[in-house]
Design a protein around this ligand. Sequence first.
Ligand code: BGC
Length: 811
Amino acid sequence: MQYGFFDDVRREYVITNPRTPWPWINYLGNEDFFSLISNTAGGYSFYKDAKFRRLTRYRYNNVPMDSGGRYFYIREGGSVWSPGWKPCKTDLEYYECRHGMGYTRITGLKNNLEAELLFFVPLQTRAEVQKVTLRNTSRETKKLQLFSFVEWCLWNAATDMENFQRNFSTGEVEVEGSVIYHKTEYRERRNHYAYYSVNQPVQGFDTDRESFFGLYNGFDDPQTVREGKPRNTVAHGWSPIASHYLEVELEPGNSRELIFLLGYEENEPEEKWESKGIINKSKARETISRFNSVEKVDNAFAALRAYWDQLLGNFRVKTEEEKLDRMVNIWNQYQCMITFCFSRSASYFESGIGRGMGFRDSNQDLIGFVHQIPERARERIIDIASTQFPDGSCYHQYQPLTKKGNNEIGGGFNDDPLWLILGTTAYIKETGDFGILDAAVPFDNEPGSEVPLFDHLTVSFDHVINNRGPHGLPLIGRADWNDCLNLNCFSDDPNESFQTTENRSEGSKAESLMIAGLFVVCGRDYAELCRRLGKIEEARRVLTHVDRMVEAIKQHGWDGEWFLRAYDYFGNKIGSKENEEGQIFIESNGWCSMAGIGLEEGMTEKALNAVKERLDCEHGIVLNNPAYSQYYIEYGEISSYPPGYKENAGIFCHNNPWIIIGETVLGRGDRAWEYFRKICPSYSEAISDLHKVEPYVYAQMIAGKDAFRPGEAKNSWLTGTAAWNFYTISQYILGIRPSYDGLIIDPCIPPEWEHYRVTRRFRGSTYHITVKNPERRMKGVKAITLNGEPITDNVVPLLPAGSECEVEVTL
Ligand code: BGC
C-alpha cells in the first residue's frame, strides 16, 4: 500500500494519508540551524548540536508516537482542528504533506477553511520560517481563532529529560509584543536565547505549559484552545512554552498570510542586556525584520529552491528507470547532504543526545557529498583529522558544537583511521585541491601540535601496520566497521556498553579481515596520492605493505569458498565453514572483492557467488549467515540481537554496496543492478505497509530473512547507506568516476539497458555523457568520443573551466 507519491517535477514526496506506518520526516536547514519535521508537523529544532543546543522539546518513543512539534490549532465555531491532522486528529476533508528539498508544506482543509503551512529554514539564517496561509473557500465570512504552539527545551537535551529538581525552577521567558523570548539560564552562563514571533499583533499568548494545556490534558486538547481563551501567562519555572493567539476574520474567497519565526541568537557577554534583567534583543529584531512580509519570505523560499537547483545540477541522470532517476537526481543526493550535516546525531531513531559526528561515519558521508559543496567537505576533513592522535588512532566521535573528541565514547576502533584516507582522496579527486594536504592540522585539537594534513594520512596508514596480529592481519581493537563485533569485550554485565568496554585486549589475537580489505583499497589510494606528489619512496613503502597484506589475506583469510570475517581473541576463526553459526559475512567479502584480492585465482568470483547463495534474500543481502541464535560472550553485541535484526543477519544496507562494487569488479552488471534495486527505497514504495519508513530515503536496516517480519525497515535517514549508494550508482554502475586526471568512464550495467545520459559538473566544466549499449554488454568501453573526436582510453580529460562538452560512449 502507498501513502503518497513522488512529484519529480517539484522534487517532492507528497503524502496524502497522514496515518503513515511511521512518522515520515524531513529536515530543514543545512548550515547551523536545523529542524526535524514529520508529516504531521511533529519534531524539533536545534542550533548546531542536537544535544547541547536543543531549542524545542520533543518526546521520543512516546504514546502516542511523534509527540511534540510546532503545532497550530484552529478553532472555529465549536470545532478545533490542526492542519497537519495531529495533534488534534480531527478528521480533515483534505490533507496533504509535501516534503521537498529543505522545506515541508502541509495543507489541511476543514469546513471550507484551508490552512497551508510552509516550513523552511532560509539560507544563512538561524531561524525556521513558518508561513501560514488561511483561505476561506466558503460563501460566508469566517471568524476563527488561531493558536500556535512550541515547547522550549532547556538547551541541554540530556539534562532536560532528567534533572527535574533543577529544571522546574529555572525556566524564564520574556514577552514583548508578538515575540516570545526563551531565556532560561541566560542570567548566568549562557549568552544565547530563542524566540518565537509572528508578524502581526496578537490578541493574547501563553508561555506556561500547565496553564495552556491544563495539567491532565494532552497535545490534542489544550484547555485554552478548547475554551477559546488564552491566559496571557508568563512562565516562572516549570515548563515554558510559546503560544500566540490570533483572531482572524476572513471574507468569502479571501485569504490571510501570517509569518511565524522560530529563531536563535547569541550575544557577546558585554552586550547581553538591554537593561537589568532584560535581554538585548537587537539580533532577533533584525532577523525578524528580514522576514516580516510575505514578499520577503517568498524571496527567501525562492532562493532556497534555486540553491537546490544548483546543487542537484552537479549530477543528473536520465535512464529508462524512472524510480532510479528520482533517487539519483533528487532523494539520494538530498539524503547525502543530510547525513553530511547530521552524521548519526538526530533523526527519529537517533535521539540527538547519543551520538555526535562519527569519525568513520563522517568520512564515509563525504564520498556521497563532496561533489555538492567541496568547500564544506574540506572544512569537515580538517575538523575530523583534528580529533586524531599522533599515533593515528582517533576519537570515535566528536561533538559538532565544540568540535572536540567525545571522551565518553573514546577510541580504539581500528578501522577508523583508514576512512580519513578514503574521505581525503575522494575530495582531492573531485576538486584537484592538493593544497589541502598542506593545511596545518592539530592532533586531539591541541594547539601547537599542528602538522600538515598529509602526515595525518601517513599515521592513519601506519596505525594499521603498527597494530597487526599473529597472522599479519589488522588487530580489530574495540570493533571495526561493525560496531557490534566486540571481540575483546567479554561482557556479562548488561550495564556495560559493548562498544566502550574492553575487558581484555592484552594478548588479544582478534584480527579483522574487513580492515584488511579496507587497508588494501585505501593503501593503494594513498600510494597513488604519494606518487602524484612525487613521494616515490613513500609510495613504494606503502605498496610493499599492501602486497604483504594481500598475501596475508590469501594465506590466512581464505576459507576455501569465501573470505573469513575475523579471528577472535583466542585466534579462532569467525565467518568460516568450521563455525556452527555466522559462517559467512558480508563485510570482508565486500572489501576483499572491492580490492580484487585473488581475482586471478578465482577467489573474488567464488566469494561473491557464496554471498549470492548464502546471504542474498528477497529484500537485500543479509550481514551474516546463519544468524547467531544465542549470545556468544567472545563475539559481543552482534550476537545480542535476535536473528535477522541489525548486525545479526539484518540487511544492513550500508554494506550492500560493497558487494555491488565487488560485482562490478567482476563485470557482472546484471547482479550489481539486481542488488542495487532491492534496497533502493523508491522500489519499495508499493510495500510501504511492510517497509514502514519513508520510501524516499534509505534506511540503515531492513529485517533479514531470519527475522520475524522480513522486509521491515528501521533507522531511516542517518546512515552511511546514502553516501555508499550514491557512490556506487554514480561511479560504479553508471560508471562516471572522478580521478586526478579527469572523469573515468567505466559503466557496469544490466545488459538490457540500451542507453542513458549523465550530466556531470566536474572541476568547473559540464560533461554531457551519453552511454550507448548496442551490443547489450554489461561492462567494457569500446569507444569514446569527446566532442566528436575519439579518445584513446576511458579517461575524459580535464577541460578549461567553464566549458561544456559532449561525450559519447559505446560499450
Ligand atoms: C554506525 C556505524 C557502524 C554501523 C555498523 C552504525 O550505526 O554509525 O559507524 O559502522 O552501525 O555497526
